[in-house]
Ligand binder design. Structure first.
Ligand SMILES: [Zn+2]
Length: 228
């Protein structure tokens, strides 16, 4: 896992075999976005950030119900965990699942370190659900919004003070974007990217890969339009 300080209060952790995680430092607390796939790695990220900022973690936000984004959630079991209502069924399926050898092996095909991650995984249901919008922080510094696109529950997080958009898998950089499920909606996805283009930010943080700027975002949107 590599860490990059995006701005003073935002750190991006890139994960080779799971989703990225992001740490946002608010006045008195730390908010994490997505847990990645491995609870040990997520726990290390949390500890490092708590030491760096001298604050305790309070909240984990999940951007959507894909396993590579929440399989490491055990590292945040003592916190408030927020997820989109539309992701409830997806998350519940895995919380209730028994990860037999066969099932673990089938995930390993897509996620090469899944066996290791399964050994330390502790899944549980999030404690707070939001329908399509939610604000967090004393001055509502963090805005969470579900737009759909990559999945019907796909959500993003905007951190107002430093103008950073945390996109979940609505952005996947330096990889072929994954859009292989029935609840994928390319029209909604394109509409969301267009809204983000108008914001013209310097920092968009994807679910996988490095930070991008608005020029890269435009190319992604054009790719999806051609595909459609
Ligand atoms: Zn995803």
């Amino acid at each position: 896992m590599t860490y990059e300080e995006i701005f003073k209060s935002v750190v991006l952790a890139q994960n080779e075999f799971g989703s990225n995680s992001v740490c946002i430092s608010l006045e008195n607390e730390l908010v994490f976005v997505d847990a990645g796939m491995n609870a040990t790695i997520a726990s290390e990220f949390r500890k490092n950030m708590e030491a760096k900022f001298g604050k305790k973690a309070s909240t984990l936000i999940l951007t959507h119900g894909h396993i590579d984004h929440f399989f490491g959630m055990g590292a945040f079991a003592d916190l408030k965990v927020i997820a989109p209502t539309a992701s409830k069924e997806k998350i519940e399926r895995y919380v209730k699942a028994e990860f037999t050898k066969e099932i673990v092996a089938s995930f390993e095909i897509y996620f090469p370190t899944f066996t290791e991650a399964a050994q330390v995984a502790k899944l549980f249901m999030p404690s707070v659900w939001f329908e399509d919008k939610m604000a967090l922080g004393k001055n509502e510094e963090i805005l969470i919004q579900t737009t759909g696109g990559h999945t019907n529950c796909s959500s993003s997080i905007y951190f107002k003070p430093e103008k950073v958009l945390i996109a979940g898998d609505l952005l996947q950089v330096e990889v072929s974007p994954y859009f292989g499920e029935p609840d994928n909606d390319l029209n909604k996805w394109i509409q969301t990217l267009k809204l983000w283009e108008k914001m013209s930010l310097d920092a968009y943080l994807p679910g996988h890969g490095p930070k991008i700027n608005v020029d890269y975002l435009i190319k992604v949107r054009e790719f999806f339009e051609q595909l459609l």
